[in-house]
Design a protein around this ligand. Sequence first.
Ligand SMILES: C[C@@](CO)(OP(=O)(O)O)[C@H](O)COP(=O)(O)OP(=O)(O)OC[C@H]1O[C@@H](n2ccc(N)nc2=O)[C@H](O)[C@@H]1O
Ligand SMILES: Nc1ncnc2c1ncn2[C@@H]1O[C@H](COP(=O)(O)OP(=O)(O)O)[C@@H](O)[C@H]1O
Length: 279
Amino acid sequence: MCKNTRGVSLFSMILFPNAKINIGLNITERRPDGYHNLETIFYPINIKDALEVVVSDKLSFESSGLDIPGRVEDNLCIKGYHLLKNDHDLPPVSIHLHKNIPIGAGLGGGSADAAYFIRLMNQQFELGLSVEEMTGYARKLGADCAFFIENKPVFAFEKGDEFESIKLDLSNYKIALVMPDVHISTAEAFRGIKPSPVKESLFDLITEPITEWKKNIKNDFEASIFKNHVEIRGVKAALYEAGAIYASMSGSGASVFGIFEQTPDLQHLEAENEVFYDV
Ligand SMILES: C[C@@](CO)(OP(=O)(O)O)[C@H](O)COP(=O)(O)OP(=O)(O)OC[C@H]1O[C@@H](n2ccc(N)nc2=O)[C@H](O)[C@@H]1O
Ligand SMILES: Nc1ncnc2c1ncn2[C@@H]1O[C@H](COP(=O)(O)OP(=O)(O)O)[C@@H](O)[C@H]1O
């Protein structure tokens, strides 16, 4: 079998792209390029897809698990392949994605797949790309894609693709995530927003005790999304009733997470929502 210098097979490799949540999200201004400047905390969580790349005689993509809307050629993994192929000598590959991260959820699942695809190709074909170079490619595929290259808690700013490291460790808490039966596109969510500057940056607010977050840390998408989707507002209220120290919609929705001292009992939400415990 063909192996690289570290003895890894060149034919097949599997990685497990994970989701993220946003703790706080302030949309501060509209940019001349149509995007928005924002600030947020990205925090990786343990809901994962499985991404396999096998050397093949032609480029192909197939998926299992959740249905992915849109055309195969628009899948972010395929876009990632073409982006890398422009600059590197790559063989055709067949890509298999097992989709488990809810879609249109504000969990960055598509972006995670794209970033992990870049990481995987870099490893599998020894492209020698630095973290900065991989981040540069990821940025071209989507604003929150770059985060997943390093995949550690960060304060993100500008389009959500510039980062400052933070020390945030929630491993002593239990995070539960609820996905209502609604999908929200990020572009749609931005249409409901009036940007405004922040009084105090999330970079500072996140260093306060978690018990203070409920008072001070907000997600700017919630007001307009909750107006159009009362069930999402209901899920957030239910998480606080179940004892959350902090609860929020993630990103542009529709998922909502709660941070708890102990794993909560959310059985009453399971009939109408998908519930993930201890993510
Ligand atoms: C806003 C966030 C916060 O986490 O939403 P979620 O997708 O996670 O819910 C993300 O940064 C999103 O990242 P991502 O989903 O990669 O965005 P992109 O594909 O680049 O952009 C989708 C659309 O969102 C809008 N957009 C996105 C990011 C940004 N800073 N300003 C914007 O205005 C644009 O209308 C763009 O056409
Ligand atoms: N690998 C992928 N997984 C999921 N969605 C993808 C993927 N590639 C492209 N997409 C497109 O991105 C859209 C948003 O995906 P996703 O990242 O899951 O949502 P969100 O931005 O809410 O986190 C989907 O509707 C789909 O059309």
